[in-house]
Design a protein around this ligand. Structure first.
Ligand code: KG4
Ligand code: ZN
Length: 346
């Protein structure tokens, strides 16, 4: 079975080819350079950049996979794309590309959930689908736009237990980085700074939100901005006043500690209450070393992460979701994009 997949939900344009259990190619073009001067993704620019880059990304993926170009009947058994959640214009670019490829290849078009992709990315090892997930498990999806916990009973059987009520975890990293004058995307920048922190520093609240599996990270971000206003003055942001580097590192460590502790505690509490012993963590934030280390210290749970190369957005994970659905025979020839897709199940 050979699947061609596209990913264009946000600021990565990606195409991948999966054959059987082997990933033949996974080309990713990141738009970070385009968006970093705005400290966040500008949707219109993202759509245009997807349009501009997708032919090259597709060409690269096909060439690396040794696929015949141009596509012809039977080139692929299925063509897949992320149908949501994501930026509407960006999603449309991936859909149109996938639709055209499916038409040429005479194969079904499978629209999958981007968030399910982040979960299934845990199955890749050294370019192969070599570590199938074992169910049931507790899934924690932590990306730039989403923070969710699911009870996963099997492929396609996901019940959303909780999600963020305001900022996603990655968004909080990005916003705190912006407050501190660090570059976009904020997650890797904050992680790097936090690793440099020495000595005592501030302590920020941990938004555990007892009694619900939902998350809320905006208060934590606000606590950081109050701390900075206390140190630098209310107008610190407008005036571009910054903390000395040693203090900035301590703020990053304190923020990261609070975010990580909150994510781990909520996932563990939810897993315990459902009697689950397995946890799988996916999404851009899951590449954070402090988060990985905190989960690694847990006893009594088997915790899975994807390899770092597959934590951020990529089409390989989309191909894998489509492969699971294709094998189960559970897909409709689906053309619709769904920017707010909130039901990741099949
Ligand atoms: O999953 P992803 O690539 O895109 C979305 O689906 O949103 O996640 C991107 C997010 C960004 O907010 C980025 O700052 C965050 O993941 N991120 C990290 C790290 N690497 C990326 N957050 C914390 N620590 C990291 N090392
Ligand atoms: Zn993502």
């Amino acid at each position: 079975m050979k699947i061609l997949a596209f990913e264009t939900t946000c600021d990565e344009t990606s195409a991948a080819v999966l054959k059987g259990r082997s990933l033949l190619s996974n080309r990713v073009h990141s738009q970070i350079k385009l968006h970093c001067k705005y400290n966040g993704v500008v949707p219109e620019l993202a759509s245009r950049a997807h349009l501009e880059k997708i032919p090259y990304v597709l060409g690269g993926a096909l060439k690396a996979a040794g696929s015949r170009v141009p596509l012809r009947r039977g080139s692929f058994d299925a063509v897949a794309f992320s149908r949501g959640p994501g930026l509407p214009g960006a999603l449309m670019v991936g859909r149109v590309a996938a639709e055209a490829a499916a038409e040429l290849s005479g194969s079904p078009l499978i629209g999958v959930s981007h968030l399910e992709g982040h979960l299934l990315a845990c199955e890749f090892k050294n370019g192969k689908v070599a570590r199938p997930l074992e169910f049931p498990l507790l899934a924690l999806i932590v990306s730039g736009g989403h923070t969710e916990i699911w009870h996963a009973r099997g492929y396609g059987e996901y019940k959303v237990l909780g999600r963020t009520r305001d900022d996603a975890a990655g968004e909080a990293f990005d916003k705190v980085a912006k407050l501190l004058g660090l570059p976009y995307p904020g997650g890797p920048a904050v992680e790097k700074e936090a690793a440099l922190a020495r000595g005592a520093g501030p302590v920020f609240p941990k938004p555990f939100m007892e009694g619900t599996w939902d998350f809320s990270f905006s208060g934590l971000k606000t606590a950081v901005s109050y701390y900075l206003a206390g140190r630098l003055g209310q107008d610190f942001y407008k005036r571009g006043r910054r903390l000395p580097p040693a203090d900035r590192a301590r703020v990053c460590r304190a923020f990261q500690d609070s975010a990580v502790e909150t994510l781990v505690k909520k996932a563990v509490d939810a897993a315990r209450s459902l009697g689950l012993k397995r946890i799988a963590v996916g999404g851009g934030v899951s590449s954070n070393s402090a988060l990985r280390a905190a989960f690694g210290r847990l006893e009594g749970f088997e915790v899975r992460f994807s390899e770092k190369a597959y934590c951020s957005d990529n089409a390989a994970m989309i191909a894998l979701c489509a492969m699971r659905r294709f094998e189960a025979g559970k897909f409709r020839n689906s053309l619709k994009v769904s920017p707010n897709l909130d039901a990741p199940g099949w």
